[in-house]
Design a protein around this ligand. Structure first.
Ligand SMILES: [Cu+2]
Length: 234
């Protein structure tokens, strides 16, 4: 009985240890390159989403669409674009398969990162007519209808820039495509967290930009290629 209890206890300890370890980014556990980690937070409460009444396309959109321009969880700010300022000339980005979907009569995600020349798949998951209309300065404009049978188009943009996207069919549909200058860009997750690649040791400036809230900066130090807990508060 005693042996059973101690076995159970040691199993519990092992599980607890594994669980606590899993909270630490695996690269840190292994002592390898783990990069720059941090969080963008919001000091005020999240605003209520705008409720938009839908007149047509109700099968795909529903009778109402909730448009949340500022989103997040647990005090974190989602969809902020973080970037390291002043590191131009660094290797180009290699963002994993950027996709901009039209689903439930909203663009998903609202903010998408691409490298210059990288292919961006624009999907139409709704099976209704959407339209992808970009506004930009450095890149050619795009204004393409996506009828219900056209489920995918592929775009690419040569010049670093922030490009706004809207759908002319559904006026509430907005998104932002950020063509990154270099690889030190990320979009924050729902809890505001982000991870950027490792940098040589030194003092750097991090900018966080949100389509609705503008930009803020902070400085931080990289030591041993790593910086953790970098924070920007909006
Ligand atoms: Cu649309």
């Amino acid at each position: 009985m005693k042996a059973h209890r101690s076995l159970k206890w040691s199993l519990a300890c092992t599980v607890a240890a594994l669980c606590s370890l899993s909270l630490i980014p695996s690269a840190q556990v292994l002592g390898q390159e783990s990069g720059i980690t941090g969080r963008v937070t919001l000091s005020s409460a999240l605003p209520e989403p705008e409720i938009v009444s839908v007149r047509s396309d109700r099968d795909a959109c529903g009778s109402q669409v909730l448009v949340s321009l500022i989103e997040g969880e647990n005090g974190g700010l989602k969809n902020a674009v973080v970037r390291i300022v002043g590191v131009e000339g660094q290797p180009p980005a290699d963002f994993a398969e950027p996709v901009l979907d039209q689903r439930g009569c909203l663009f998903e995600p609202r903010v998408v990162l691409v490298a210059p020349g990288q292919q961006l798949d624009v999907l139409n998951s709704d099976g209704i007519m959407h339209n992808v209309h970009t506004k930009s300065k450095a890149n050619r404009g795009v204004n393409k209808s996506m009828p219900k049978f056209l489920t995918k188009i592929t775009l690419d943009f040569a010049e670093p820039e922030v490009i706004t996207v809207r759908c002319d069919v559904h006026r509430w549909m907005h998104a932002v495509i950020v063509v990154a200058e270099h690889r030190y860009y990320a979009v924050t997750h729902a809890d505001g967290s982000f991870m950027l690649p490792s940098l040589p040791d030194g003092i750097y400036t991090l900018e966080a930009w949100h389509p609705e809230l503008g930009a803020k900066e902070t400085t931080f130090e990289v030591s041993g290629g790593v910086a953790a807990g970098v924070q920007i508060v909006f």
